[in-house]
Ligand binder design. Sequence first.
Ligand code: NAP
Length: 255
Amino acid sequence: MTQRILILGGTTEARQLAGRLAERADYAVTLSLAGRTAAPLAQPVPTRVGGFGGAVGLAHHLRQEGIGLLIDATHPYAARISANAVAAAETTRVPLIALRRPPWQPRDGDRWTGVPDVDAAVVSLGASPRRVFLALGRNEVGAYTRAPQHSYVIRSVDPIVPPLDVPDATYLLGRGPFGEAEDRALLLACRIDVVVAKNSGGDASYGKIAAARSLGIEVILIDRPPEPVGCAAATVDEALEAIAHRLACPAKRGE
Ligand code: NAP
């Protein structure tokens, strides 16, 4: 019997997992994207785009589509959809597996300042003007208008529209992965003295962290939101194992 699997995506790992599952004739996989990126990368399985309408809407979708397994492979900072996935899985008793990259751990030479959220990151830049590299999403950079004394270099996948209401901001468009050498050259060329980032984990956006370490530059790192408890995998391979196990043991549905 074909097993219907819904992957909540928007990450490299979600695309990779979808690609691996697509090789299986006994799985019918759909990947769900929020629709934040204007031109998302091509995906190896059919996609649907846009919100479900909260946990209730997601539960409805799972029932309507006959989904037998839900995989939350969203970004570690996408807390709302992950909470909705937990709630919808509980309501429908559809098993849920979360694929979550482990956070980066500090190494010798890292100058990290941990802050609880974007607002605290703005405050922690301080009063004196600094040259700041913002490696954050479109939704978060707006908070920096509250600290117009700093000069900003902002890298994003899609243009920041409208631009920040600050006197000095430079915009760079780019989609990762970004390597250490590339980011080191960028930090040097832009004379950056502080980086603000999320602790995304994985390799694709680690270049700036490694580059900052090698240059002795401070990194203000926004804490991850709390992760929902439940069946979690750290890698695509671990997720594949968990999927095979779940689908082989239907008695575990709703655990
Ligand atoms: P969020 O705050 O957790 O979610 C907000 C709402 O967006 C959700 O309630 C849901 O709407 C919809 N949504 C989110 N992900 C979805 C998905 N994969 N499929 C369908 N609807 C989805 O999420 P976010 O932080 O805005 O992130 C949005 C997307 O970008 C996620 O898919 C995430 O994987 C990706 N992303 C996020 C970050 C980040 O730093 N936050 C970085 C890289 C990629 P409804 O309630 O209407 O269902």
